[in-house]
Design a protein around this ligand. Structure first.
Ligand SMILES: Nc1ncnc2c1ncn2[C@@H]1O[C@H](COP(=O)(O)OP(=O)(O)OP(=O)(O)O)[C@@H](O)[C@H]1O
Ligand SMILES: [Mg+2]
Length: 388
């Protein structure tokens, strides 16, 4: 039976939830304060937690933060925050603390159950099986056919969409080792740890990787590029291979913003890729490069089905239409992303990706559709593993 942990200090809410959830066939354990909630999470291994925000001892945010710290990167118990406040600020705080969803009291029973079911379906969780769902371990490579086509923008926002909309554990790797842009796009200082902290250690293991990953406010974990270009040279392909091998055991998706130079280091990333998004715009030098890249990837033996052509800024005027570009390449674009310069540039300048701050913009919605397609291809069955 699927076990739900309710953490709420209000006896009426406790009773109501106990009755409602039991009627639906769930097993219910109840904690009256934050500390007890944390203890019961550890001892009872619930499949999902309904967590009130205002609690004594530890409040709901603190409980969520602690759970996320303790459970590490391999596991993820879904948490729905319950609050009396409609304020967006509260919601953002809850999500930052590690909640997956949020309900304002008083809520409808049907809405609560629907949200619970959707979260339980996404996490095949410890429920029933007694074990933690293994991460999907899929690697998505974003490779730009030339500079400035939007590779970094798309990689970052796709990573966030996969985490926030599909509740996946996502690692985002800045593979542009000399001039990586993720610190700029995500407003992070040079003091944050990076891949250079990995390669300077005698050997790479899970604990070391965990210690250098930087948690972004969106919930995505980052492996940043070194803060200065000369350190980029210190990373060798064997280390990159090892880091990615371990990351794939820890995360559902490892999203890599790949270096353009097609050498051994880049191939050490692409060898891991389940999907390679070749990012381009509709101009002549991109068309020439894409042709060369497709040929080169074919020569190294990659299956053509894992290579996806992604036309960015698809409706921008370049003098070459989408049809003409497809005609020149003799294949169709798997993905087209709209041109929305203001949204893209202001997200970049403010250091807050649009998938996080402007989820309703057309650009964010198209990235979200891309994430949904990735899920469909990469994880066709896990969505169906409902916990009950
Ligand atoms: N769909 C889009 N619509 C409008 N502008 C975009 C779009 N995607 C990216 N941009 C803008 O294009 C510029 C280049 O983007 P970005 O840095 O992501 O590209 P890149 O390919 O990673 O570049 P580099 O080669 O320097 O790493 C940025 O100003 C970004 O805001
Ligand atoms: Mg870039």
């Amino acid at each position: 039976m699927t076990k739900i942990l309710v953490v709420d200090d209000d006896a009426n809410v406790q009773r109501l939830l106990r009755v409602t959830l039991k009627q639906e066939g769930y097993e219910v354990v109840v904690a009256g304060d934050g500390a007890e909630g944390l203890r019961l999470w550890e001892t009872e291994s619930p499949a999902l937690i309904l967590l009130d925000v205002t609690l004594t001892k530890l409040d709901g945010y603190e409980v969520a933060t602690k759970i996320r710290e303790i459970e590490g990167t391999g596991a993820h118990v879904p948490i729905i925050m319950l609050t009396a406040e409609k304020e967006v600020e509260q919601k953002v705080r809850g999500l930052r603390a590690g909640a997956d969803d949020y309900l304002v009291k008083p809520f409808h029973q049907a809405e609560l159950l629907a949200r619970m079911k959707s979260l339980l379906a996404r996490f095949s969780s410890r429920a029933g099986t007694g074990g933690i769902r293994a991460p999907l371990g899929k690697l998505l490579a974003f490779y730009g056919a030339k500079g400035g086509v939007g590779t970094t923008t798309l990689a970052i926002n796709a990573a966030i969409a996969l985490h926030q909309e599909h509740t996946r554990r996502v690692a985002l790797v800045d593979g542009v080792l000399q001039f990586g842009d993720h610190r700029v796009f995500l407003d992070l200082g040079n003091d944050r740890k990076s891949i250079s902290d990995l390669v300077s250690a005698p050997s790479i293991d899970n604990d070391l990787i965990k210690s250098v990953m930087v948690r972004h406010d969106s919930g995505v974990d980052l492996l940043l590029a070194p803060p200065s270009p000369e350190d980029g040279d210190l990373v060798h392909e064997a280390q990159m291979d090892q880091a990615l091998t371990i990351l794939r055991t820890m995360y559902d998706y490892v999203v890599v913003d790949v270096e353009k130079r097609l050498g051994d280091l880049t191939l050490s990333v692409l060898d891991h890729a389940d999907m390679i998004f070749v990012v381009m715009t509709a101009d002549l030098s991109c068309l020439k490069n894409v042709r060369l890249v497709l040929e080169a990837l074919g020569r190294v033996g990659y299956e053509s089905s894992k290579v996806k052509l992604l036309l960015n800024r698809s409706n921008a005027f370049t003098g070459i239409s989408v049809q003409a570009a497809e005609g020149a390449l003799k294949r169709q674009f798997e993905f087209k992303i709209t041109n929305e310069y203001r949204v893209a540039i202001s997200a970049q300048n403010s250091g807050t990706p649009f998938a996080f701050s402007k989820p309703d913009s057309p650009l964010a919605r198209e990235i979200s559709a891309l994430a949904t397609e990735v899920e469909r291809v990469a994880a066709p069955t896990t969505a169906k593993v409902a916990a009950r």
